[in-house]
Design a protein around this ligand. Structure first.
Ligand SMILES: *[C@@H]1O[C@H](CO)[C@@H](O)[C@H](O)[C@H]1NC(C)=O
Ligand SMILES: *[C@@H]1O[C@H](CO)[C@@H](O)[C@H](O)[C@H]1NC(C)=O
Length: 466
């Protein structure tokens, strides 16, 4: 089905009053606070001076690029091979100014310009708010009665600030979930900033079962696409870990995170120690344990464009990062595998001894910090992978499978490095998955633009952590 671009823009332009807009677009239960499709939101940004001239202009050019694209048949096949796509993504990355305060916008524009977000994916992404896999209103049963998960499972757990019903409803349990039966291992997917879990992992780790049939996949749709206070985002993670274990006959679980999800998991492990009892593996893709130095995400400089609570918290030298890192929070609580790339457009630095993704191991629990360019130097899998690209990187997949099939973290020395480093895409994935993963940046852009209210300071640290 083809998105009627002209009609979408006309609709957005004519509906000037927010009330009229809300009435015209059906409200749904999504993980976001937004009331409309992705393209309509972008259309609204055009001419909206409150988002800034540069944002408005770039949104306008992204839309006309997509419009032109709509005139010709366009699918992943037109992009060429996986290698062609990878080369084009590398070219887009090298063409953008890394110091620009509109880096994310410029990158999305470059990807669209390069034809890297084909129409079938644009249509899917456009309707993401209505897609069940992003729902935060899931109808999950109460945990088995012998389990007391709320307000705390262990006496040294923090007390939740969010009602149990909300925490439970955010967990999306797909029909395929087997509650850890038949030798299956629950694997909880935790999203990053600005993209709901369902959409983030649709093109990547929700398909991990193809590489490892025993992976029993489930995910947490943290509300407002994790743009709220990361401390409350972590409550969703802490509860989901204990809930999924409880409904899986107290099975141990694994957590796979992307981006801020890594901080949310680590925060949950730190302040809800009961979760350490059941998390057997923590695999953090592109985590920013030390925050990011990137100017384009540096609050308050860019307020009101990007400063949501969690974006603020992930800047350099924030209270949140400092609190997370203190008292051993910079070290693993459970066996942890981090995977990250030098060419991360969101988190910097991501190489060398100060890489933001690095976790220490003072408690001798078992950590591997896997820098893909170090493990696969000058080889395809060690090439230009962006923040989201690590989600489909073959080494990331091989390490995840290795971690889930051994005690302790993923270990590159157990992997057939010659084969894995020679791949561009995890062999279980298709070109569409690669492009869809890049396409989630469009969602991130829209979620950040529509987040209200933007904040003028970092949220204060919760009582249990200060
Ligand atoms: C949204 O959630 C509310 C309450 O959780 C429910 O009553 C309603 O039916 C849901 N709507 C849709 C469209 O799923
Ligand atoms: C890492 O950080 C330390 C402390 O801030 C600094 O002295 C050192 O130069 C940094 N190393 C690199 C390679 O950037």
């Amino acid at each position: 089905m083809r998105f009627d671009f002209a009609a979408g823009v006309a609709l957005a332009w004519t509906l000037v009053s927010p009330m009229a807009y809300a009435m015209a677009v059906p409200r749904t239960n999504s993980s976001t606070n937004s009331d409309s499709g992705l393209l309509s939101v972008l259309s609204q940004a055009v001419g909206d001076l409150s988002v800034g001239q540069k944002t408005s202009d770039t949104a306008s050019s992204i839309l006309s690029l997509l419009d032109n694209q709509a005139d010709t048949p366009n699918s992943a096949a037109d992009v060429g091979s996986v290698k062609d796509a990878h080369d084009k993504i590398s070219q887009v990355y090298s063409s953008v100014d890394k110091d620009s305060d509109s880096l994310l916008l410029d990158l999305v524009k470059g990807l669209v310009e390069g034809g890297l977000i084909p129409l079938n994916l644009v249509n899917l992404l456009d309707g993401y708010i209505n897609i069940d896999l992003n729902s935060i209103s899931n109808n999950n049963p109460a945990p088995p009665s012998k389990q007391d998960l709320y307000p705390k499972k262990r006496s040294d757990d923090a007390i939740y600030s969010i009602p149990e019903e909300k925490l439970r409803a955010a967990i999306h349990i797909p029909d395929s979930f087997a509650c850890g039966k038949n030798g299956k291992k629950p694997v909880i997917l935790v999203p990053g900033t600005a993209v709901p879990a369902g959409m983030t992992y649709h093109f990547s780790f929700s398909q991990l079962g193809k590489a490892l049939p025993k992976a029993d996949i489930v995910w947490v749709n943290i509300p407002r696409a994790s743009l709220n206070d990361a401390q409350t985002n972590a409550e969703y993670v802490a509860y989901a870990i204990n809930y999924i274990s409880a409904v899986s006959s107290d099975s141990n679980v694994a957590a796979i995170s992307w981006s801020q999800g890594g901080l949310d998991v680590q925060w949950a492990l730190k302040y809800w120690p009961s979760t350490r009892d059941v998390v057997e593996d923590f695999i953090a893709i592109s985590p920013d344990f030390h925050g990011t130095d990137l100017r384009s995400l540096d609050c308050p400089l860019l307020d009101p464009l990007v400063c949501t609570p969690s974006i603020w918290q992930q800047g350099p030298e924030t209270e949140f990062i400092h609190t997370l890192q203190s008292d051993g929070g910079n070290s693993a609580y459970v066996p942890t595998t981090t995977v990250y790339s030098t060419f991360d457009e969101i988190v910097q630095p991501m190489s060398g001894p100060n890489a933001s993704a690095i976790l220490s191991d003072i408690r001798d629990i078992g950590v591997t910090n896997n820098h893909i360019q170090t493990i696969c130097p000058n080889q395809p899998a060690g090439g230009v992978y962006l923040h989201e690209g690590v989600l489909y990187n073959p080494l990331a997949w091989a390490l995840a499978v290795d971690a889930l099939t051994h005690d302790g973290p993923g270990d590159p020395s157990r992997i057939d490095i010659d084969t894995v480093c020679g791949q561009i895409l995890a062999p279980q994935l298709q070109l569409d998955d690669m492009l869809g993963t890049e396409g989630i940046l469009l969602i991130a852009l829209v979620e950040i633009l529509t987040y209200e209210p933007k904040v003028g300071q970092e949220p204060s640290i919760a009582g249990y952590a200060s």
